[in-house]
Write a protein that binds this ligand. Structure first.
Ligand code: TYM
Length: 329
């Protein structure tokens, strides 16, 4: 069984991109892998946020993961700040990472652009992410395409660490799905679907009511031609709809493309809307049940943190020794 690790931020309402690019693959492989999934609350502190809301968002994100099908009996689900090794390893990796390589991170450049004041936490975000992964000896990291560069950094840091201090850390492999790794914004299909999009028109929240899902998909921006074909460069809107349809109905993309080749854009949009609504219904039902029982959720997260910590205790002991820290008597 491969050790697998991935994380999700408790920011905003999670959307269809998060689900199709990441969460559904977590659910699908939880039996085949030794899998750990983490709600990364410390990452959510790197941009301005409301402290009164963070704990609730963290809980709600965990409930969403359970509603999507993660089962705490089959995988380890926990909250990042409950396991102190993440921050400890971040410091140690900070002394391996360079200013230059962090400055080149695309997400840092995007998120810091035009901001008057940028926190050191935002700059250090990818090192905390590397620590998340490396603290568990994770071999595989299932993520969407937007995390590719961060994963590359985690690999570079592990390789550099091992070169400098001797073989200590496992070098992780990214696992990026072949279809739906980058779901695009419905209103601006050249940009990825994201909670931080300027307008919510192009985003489908996993908890959005059916009418809203249908409205947004029916008004998805397409192009001025009439042919339904998968070609992300010239037909980003249509290609995005085809990917959403393939992923939500669990069919190969070429089959879906062939079936809808002669159909009008309006029909395609309505078909995708129906598929997404049907796909989200059971998740939304389970979410409502889980959100009603926070004590049960907190207990599951507590047990998850204990299982997670048992792993990091061993890895961190190895790391401390490798970097030459004096053991506590
Ligand atoms: P986050 O919370 O932004 O997103 C969670 C997962 O959803 C994927 N994703 C998408 N996939 C397809 N299409 C989209 N439009 C789309 N938008 C988001 C992301 O790639 C991600 O897999 N930095 C990470 C969280 C993190 C993490 C980690 C991940 C922290 N530590 C360690 C893996 C390992 C993030 O912000 O994800």
């Amino acid at each position: 069984m491969a050790r697998v690790f991935s994380g999700i931020q408790p920011t905003g309402d999670k959307h269809l991109g998060n689900y199709l690019g990441a969460i559904r693959h977590w659910v699908a492989t939880q039996d085949a892998d030794d899998a750990l999934y983490c709600v990364v609350d410390l990452h959510a502190m790197t941009l301005p946020y409301d402290p009164a809301e963070l704990a609730d968002r963290t809980r709600r994100t965990a409930a969403l993961l359970l509603a999507a099908g993660l089962d705490p009996q089959r995988c380890t689900l926990f909250v990042q700040s409950h396991v102190p090794a993440h921050t400890e390893l971040t410091w140690i990796l900070n002394c391996v990472a360079t200013f230059g390589e962090l400055r080149r991170m695309t997400q840092f450049k995007e998120k810091s652009a035009g901001q008057e004041s940028v926190s050191v936490g935002l700059f250090d975000y990818p090192v905390l992410m590397a620590a998340d992964i490396l603290a568990y000896d994770a071999e595989r990291v299932p993520v969407g395409d937007d995390q590719r560069q961060h994963l590359e950094l985690a690999r570079d840091l592990a390789v550099r660490f091992n070169h400098r201090f001797g073989p200590t850390l496992v070098v992780p492999e990214p696992a990026i799905p072949p279809v739906a790794a980058r779901i695009m914004d419905l209103a601006t299909p050249t940009a990825k679907m994201s909670t931080s999009a300027e307008s919510p028109q192009g985003t489908i929240g996993l908890l959005d009511p059916p009418e809203l899902v249908t409205k947004r998909l029916r008004s998805a921006v397409t192009d001025s031609a009439t042919d339904v074909r998968f070609d992300p460069d010239t037909k980003p809107g249509i290609s995005n709809l085809l990917q959403i349809l393939a992923a939500t109905t669990d069919r190969p993309l070429p089959d879906v493309e062939a079936e809808y080749a002669g159909v009008g854009y309006g029909t395609l949009k309505q078909t995708v809307a129906d598929a997404v609504v049907a796909f989200l219904a059971p998740l939304q039902r389970r979410y409502r049940e889980l959100a009603d029982d926070p004590a049960h959720l907190d207990a599951a997260l507590g047990a998850g943190a204990e299982k997670a910590e048992a792993i990091t205790t061993k890895v961190l002991a190895r790391v401390r020794q490798a970097v030459g820290l004096l053991p506590r008597a």
